[in-house]
Design a protein around this ligand. Structure first.
Ligand code: CP
Length: 287
């Protein structure tokens, strides 16, 4: 993680200078079988800023997966066309299945309610830039901690650093899964589980999440829970707390927060490009 942060700082300079030709002649594949704006377009931008050509597949219904092709066969085929593959897929575990057969570098861009590692890495970079450190960070995670894959991945990464602690704010139905809390227990990481946003405001970072509509079988249950937590400017205006969100937001951060200096979520988005440039450079042996 420290090495990625360092390469990302180098990539900030490349990005500000308008990119380079590191991957001239290379072809990268962006496979997005589930909706995305930020991850898809920031990978696309990162690849193009480093001189690569990009081939894409958008939407499960437009691919041969829809006809019943296995993920293994799809990935084996795309390895013939490309020098690296980025894939988002609605099934948890799909990234492991794909990576097991890939003969070129493979990046998980989100596997259903599983993990979203590149989002977590850009979140770590954002915390580092905004707070100046990763050690000792107290983070409050709010909202859909059950299905929100970004908080799962971020917990595993931030948990690698010293003296970090977590306040987990969710309704009982959307609590952090046991796979994450057992990791905290094993590592001796301090965490508390609470139900009100006010109990999470004495931290360094507040990380809001969207309730993941697409993971609910019962739409009425989603409607009941979707706006349980809304962060307002009054919550954070006079506090030394950095406000983050992986986005998209659907009402859980009031737009009044946007103008506050501690609202970091649009800076967080920009960090996604440079982090993904760094990851590609490292995976292909260029950094
Ligand atoms: N943060 C994130 O993964 O956004 P997208 O779903 O738009 O890629």
């Amino acid at each position: 993680m420290d090495a990625i942060l360092k390469v990302t700082e180098d990539m900030e300079k490349v990005y500000s200078a308008g990119g380079n030709e590191m991957f001239k002649g290379k072809v990268f594949a962006n496979l997005f079988y589930e909706p995305s704006t930020r991850t898809r377009l920031s990978f696309d931008a990162a690849m193009k800023h480093l001189g690569a050509s990009v081939i894409t597949a958008d939407g499960l219904q437009f691919s041969s997966l829809y006809k019943g092709e296995t993920i293994e066969d799809t990935i084996t085929v795309i390895c013939q066309y490309s020098d690296a593959i980025v894939m988002r897929h609605p099934e948890q575990g799909s990234a492991d299945t794909a990576a097991a057969v890939a003969t070129v570098p493979f990046i998980n861009a989100g596997d259903g309610p599983g993990q979203h590692p590149t989002q977590a890495i850009l979140d770590m970079y954002t915390i580092f830039k905004e707070r100046g450190t990763l050690d000792g960070i107290h983070i409050t995670m709010v909202g859909d901690l059950k299905y929100g894959r970004t908080v799962h991945s971020l917990s595993f990464l931030l948990g690698l650093y010293k003296d970090v602690s977590f306040t987990l704010v969710s309704p009982p139905e959307l609590k952090m899964p046991e796979k994450v809390t057992s990791f905290f227990d094993e590592k001796g990481i301090a965490y508390t589980e609470v139900e009100s946003i006010e109990e999470g405001l004495d931290s360094d970072v507040i990380y809001m999440t969207r309730v993941q509509k697409e993971r609910f079988e019962d739409e009425a249950e989603y409607e009941r829970l979707k706006l349980k937590y809304i962060l307002k400017a009054d919550h954070v205006r006079d506090r030394d707390i950095t406000v983050m969100h992986p986005l998209p937001r659907v009402g859980e951060i009031d737009t009044d927060v946007d103008a506050l200096p501690n609202a970091a979520y649009f800076r967080q988005v920009r960090n996604g490009v440079v982090v993904r440039m760094a990851l590609l450079a490292m995976l292909l042996g260029k950094a």
